[in-house]
Design a protein around this ligand. Structure first.
Ligand SMILES: Nc1ncnc2c1ncn2[C@@H]1O[C@H](COP(=O)(O)OP(=O)(O)O)[C@@H](O)[C@H]1O
Ligand SMILES: [Mg+2]
Length: 216
């Protein structure tokens, strides 16, 4: 795998991203971090990738909701998601960072690379070119948990107890996330411990980064 050569955040705001399998704990940690930062006076913008435009598209829904994808080309799906992330970074995240806000994104460009590789497109290089136009987060958290636990957490949500989950894909995705985290300077966060200790770890990291950026 190549390194993603994203560009450094040129704005005064702070970009914090969370990636990992469904059920790894992203929403739980983002909710806690946002309310904590807001309590301390932080101007927080919560956002997520891909945006609803892609989430509601026929091709995305096919890959999320069904095991039969023969009518769709995965690379086409991936380019669509990458395009959406590029637009989102340039036209939604950047203006907020320019205003000095703290932007927290639920999933980020790394998820596109993880999915592309996990689906067997490890030799595609176009994604590395697009990455050059993506802002490198000030903190890129990768939450990690074993696949059975992640899936049981997803199944525990009433609305998702019968949802289609491609199990072999989850194992490959977990490996890809771990590799991308290592390769791209992410912060690995195991979530097989209590929510409180996971959160404390994340909060400490964010504080350290704020200090480095002379945030006050
Ligand atoms: N250490 C932990 N960190 C985060 N979530 C945890 C942890 N331990 C247990 N959980 C539980 O795992 C679930 C994670 O769900 P969620 O935050 O919605 O994940 P995601 O948004 O990544 O799909 C929640 O029910 C949460 O209470
Ligand atoms: Mg979530």
């Amino acid at each position: 795998m190549r390194k993603l050569r994203m560009y450094n955040n040129p704005f005064k705001g702070l970009l914090i991203t969370f990636c990992g399998l469904d059920g790894c704990g992203k929403t739980t940690m983002i909710t806690r971090l946002a309310s904590d930062l807001r309590r301390c006076g932080g101007d927080v913008m919560l956002t997520r990738q891909p945006t609803d435009a892609v989430r509601h598209s026929e091709i995305f829904r096919n890959y999320m909701d069904s095991s039969e994808h023969s009518a769709y080309d995965y690379r086409s799906m991936s380019v669509l998601a990458a395009s959406d992330r590029l637009q989102h970074v340039r036209k939604v995240i950047s203006p907020a960072l320019d205003e000095g806000r703290i932007v927290i994104s639920d999933r980020y460009f790394y998820s596109c690379l993880a999915n592309l590789r996990a689906r067997g497109y490890g030799r595609d290089v176009w994604i590395y070119d697009i990455a050059r136009h993506i802002i490198r987060p000030d903190a890129a958290f990768f939450l990690d948990i074993d696949v059975p636990t992640a899936v049981s957490r997803v199944r525990a949500r009433p609305s998702e107890k019968d949802r289609y989950i491609d199990m072999p894909l989850q194992y490959r995705l977990r490996d890809e996330y771990l590799a991308i985290c290592r390769r791209c300077g992410g912060i690995l966060v195991p979530t097989d411990v209590s929510e409180d200790s996971t959160y404390e770890f994340i909060r400490n990291k964010v504080e350290q980064i704020m200090e480095v950026r002379s945030w006050n």
